[in-house]
Design a protein around this ligand. Structure first.
Ligand SMILES: *Cc1c(COP(=O)(O)O)cnc(C)c1O
Length: 418
């Protein structure tokens, strides 16, 4: 019996999967090459920072002298070529890490500038784009925005703005979030950071790196970014980290983030790890291979859906920036069916069917399929989308390629045959 038969996938979808997979061999090989480069980077970081079993012990209470936590932070700094890192379970999510960083770096009267258009939905209340009594705006921090032009930075507009305005922090979101633009490659990042630093080297360049880690062989600090932020229930948690987020970058800036996260005077020196150090390390160790599995899952899904006449972004043979795949369904029913199919292909809660609902921090109703071991984990195969035109599903994750593939086939089967 084939794996497809075990999972009850129709012959039509099984045949299409076999045909598409044959055409993806070269692309998968390229993904494996990046995965191996990143694995080498991780292994070297573990060795150079002398990981031993002692590091797996955590602390409780205040969390003083947590050898494992401090080692993890040195490893993250090493991998990102950063001066320092803050990798904490007290950071509840990627959004919390982004919020912590913004509040750490900005003071009343300062200006924050986004040059990648409207930031991720959960940052709207943080910044004050949407009213909130605790926003940066409520503390007198100004916000300005320059939109992308044809999915690239508006270099001339950025240059003109920076020559006429005092800007403290520039925020760049690499991954598209819930938008239809393309994600921003490391090459584009290099070009715009060079321009910014030429105009004023004191501007702090902050990167929202969610979903982009280990997709390529270099990370944003290597092209001049000052501080980089991401989630541990995405790429770098490898599906093992139970929660948390990371901030890496310049030592003085990381110190400010530590003091914002805990308290002035104690900063990075406190924060109990409560037994999760080993999971964080194992997750990071697996992350290059898990990211590769996610990429292969996305590539197969995009190839099959394209063959079936759906518009996808990025196309299967485009250079990848992140692990996210946009599928344009153009009607709510197909979006809902596909997400429900992903749910039925999951290891957890496969007997539930998701329906659209309200989510804190988001404006539209959202349908979310995620039968994951860790709540909200999107390095595990997951698919979600706001119920608004043009009804796009955002699919990401896949802990192994086999599980990712089977989930996608269940989704395509439900789309076609339900
Ligand atoms: C997921 C994501 C975030 C927020 O991360 P959470 O951990 O879900 O809070 C921020 N920015 C982008 C681009 C993301 O994809």
């Amino acid at each position: 019996m084939s794996s497809y038969e075990v999972m009850g996938i129709s012959p039509q979808v099984s045949d299409l999967a076999r045909k598409c997979e044959k055409e993806l061999i070269d692309i998968f090989q390229k993904i494996d090459e990046f995965s191996e480069l990143n694995s080498a980077k991780v292994l070297k970081a573990f060795q150079d920072n002398e990981v031993t079993e002692v590091c797996f012990n955590g602390t409780s209470g205040y969390g003083y002298n947590d050898v494992g936590r401090d080692t993890i932070e040195r490893i993250f700094a090493h991998i990102f070529k950063a001066e320092d890192a803050l990798v904490r379970n007290q950071l509840v999510s990627g959004s919390h890490a982004l919020s912590t960083t913004l509040f750490a770096l900005l003071r009343p009267g300062d200006t924050l500038l986004s040059i990648s258009g409207l930031p991720y939905d959960t940052l709207h209340e943080v910044i004050g784009i949407k009213d909130n009594a605790s926003s940066l705006k409520s503390f007198g921090v100004n916000y300005e925005q320059i939109d992308l032009v044809n999915d690239d930075f508006a270099y001339d507009q950025i240059e003109a703005f920076l020559k006429n305005h005092e800007v403290k922090v520039i925020e760049i979101q690499r991954s598209k979030g819930y938008s239809t633009r393309k994600s921003l490659s490391i090459e584009k990042l290099a070009k715009v950071i060079k321009l910014i630093k030429k105009i004023n080297e004191n501007i702090i360049v902050m990167i929202d790196n969610c979903y982009c880690e280990f997709v390529r062989e270099i990370e944003p600090i290597e092209v001049g970014a000052d501080i980089v932020v991401g989630s541990l229930i995405k790429n770098l948690g490898g599906g093992i980290a139970p929660n948390g987020a990371y901030i890496v970058g310049r030592k003085d800036l990381i110190s400010l983030c530590g003091e914002r996260l805990t308290l002035p005077g104690e900063g990075k020196d406190v924060g109990p790890t409560l037994g999760i150090n080993k999971s964080i390390m194992q997750g990071l160790f697996l992350a290059p291979s898990v990211v590769a599995s996610s990429l292969k899952t996305a590539v197969l899904a995009s190839k099959m859906l394209e063959e079936l006449g759906y518009q996808v972004e990025p196309k299967y043979d485009e250079e990848k920036v992140d692990i996210v795949l946009n599928i344009y369904f153009r009607n709510p029913n197909d979006l809902i069916k596909y997400c429900q199919g992903i749910q039925t292909g999951s290891p957890v809660d496969s007997n539930f069917l998701p329906i659209p609902g309200d989510m804190p921090g988001y404006d539209d109703k959202i349908i979310m399929a995620s039968g994951s071991f860790t709540q909200g984990s999107s390095i595990e195969l997951s698919c979600d989308g706001p119920l608004r035109e043009p009804f796009i599903a955002y699919q990401q994750g896949g802990l192994t390629y086999a599980y990712g593939k089977l989930g996608v086939l269940k989704a395509i089967d439900r789309l076609l045959n339900n």
